[in-house]
Design a protein around this ligand. Sequence first.
Ligand code: GLY
Length: 564
Amino acid sequence: MKSKILLNLSLFALLISSLGTSLHAQTYGKNGMVVSDHHLSSEVGVSILKKGGNAIDAAVATALSLAVTHPEAGNIGGGGFIVFMKADGDVTTFDFREKAPLAASPTMFLDENGEIRDNSNHKGLLSVGVPGTVAGLYQAHQKYGKLPWGELVQPAIDQAKNGFPMSFGLYRAALQVSKRDSSYDILQNFFRGPDGEVVAPGELWKQPALAQTLEAIRDQGRDGFYKGAVAEEIERYMKANGGIITQEDLAKYEAVERKPVKTTFKDFEIFSMPPPSSGGVALIEIMNLMEEADISKIEFNSTAYVHLVAEAMRRAFADRAEFLGDPDFNPEMPIDHLISKDFAKSRFENLDLTQASKSDSSKFGQLYGGDHTTHFSVIDKDGNAISLTYTLENSYGAGMGSDKLGFIFNNEMGDFNPVPGITTSTGQIGSDPNLVAPEKRMLSSMTPTIVAKDHKPYLVIGSPGGRTIINTVFQTVLNVLAYDMRIDRAIEAMKIHHQWLPDRILYERNLLSPDTRDALEAMGHTLIPTTNIGVLMGITYDARLRAYVGAADSASEDGAAKGY
Ligand code: GLY
């Protein structure tokens, strides 16, 4: 009886730490910082730093923990990107984006009339790409980690096996997804306890099958996922339910270390993710245009600001659609040209500061795509920094997976161009660089970014949000570098989104004045309100305090910055 009371008291204390206090205040750390979408995962990352682990170690542990605590996007069934700045100022990246299976083809989603069959690029097992997360984390750790691999996987196993308190935010999502139609097979029972009910706020939510899969990964490294019992079960489940991923697909999957794309802005250096993410190239194109336009002289949130920013976004997204895809399949992409200052100059010359330009709907453009990705930022006592964004594409990905393995598959194949040659004004793209091919990586918008000053990390930032990611990260970088906003303000400040097609500006409701909206409409823009853009997790360095300053976006109910 007494132990039960004690247990309940400690649970209450754990819960109150997320319910009774704000998780979103700006937080300081002298020695290191982790900012993620779940406070318990940020704590896992910090515990690894305190044990002497470096930023890579903390990132591995945080990512695997988020696969337990934040299952809408944290994952082992998806993929993503790491941008890593080492303490000596050198920057590298890891690409662990999902790949199309060997049996995939450019027309795999089409019926006999050439139309997309039953939304199959977004729904069902054909929408699943070969997962990359475990391979990417393992490869980054093999090359740069300090602590033993098993020590980094163990906290996630403990959270899955022993459970962690259900928060109100997760409970709201749990109620929603548990009601989804039964084709989202794994979700039907995902959040239910032994009594068959959805686990209530404050109660422990346990995931024994996921714990077992994580144990295989702990004991066998990447082979624990890509070979042996887990791979066999993935193939069995796929075959039984109409999927095409095989053990051969899994065994062949490799993450890739790639050079970052980079530019300068004032006396800062900006490093971001190259293709197969479009994020870094587009971010740099837009930042270069901002420098060309001398944005710091334009008042934040003014008509001139929104117009200029939207026009820059329009241009970067048009180029994204036309040129970008998997570099291993598109060796001729003009990346150096797109990110050059000369290109920004020529782009700026035809940007009318008084009138909206038109998006040419006969060419290219994109819809928003999945917005349930997650980002976290890490920095350690030596100044190694990690910016990591990974995803299942939609919230809870394909919503499908084997109960025996306890994790959810991505539906990332939806990020390929689904119908060769067909581009529409509503946003479907048919250009070649991003058509489906066996073992090709689908184009992403994830934009994990690190800004350096004097070759040391100054800002570590990223966000979920499908194609809005690029613009969300861009505006936050601009807020810090051009408008000197502190990190929490930069994250919360009004954001807009323009992606060439559809030709319209999304803006955050209640954060843009009616007068400004009227003035923008008079210039020829179409404005559409939305509730929120982005869920940013950022760290800056305060040179005067000699401390890291972290902040989690208030759009993340369970997210938190943890410093030490
Ligand atoms: N799944 C979202 C992206 O990669 O951009």
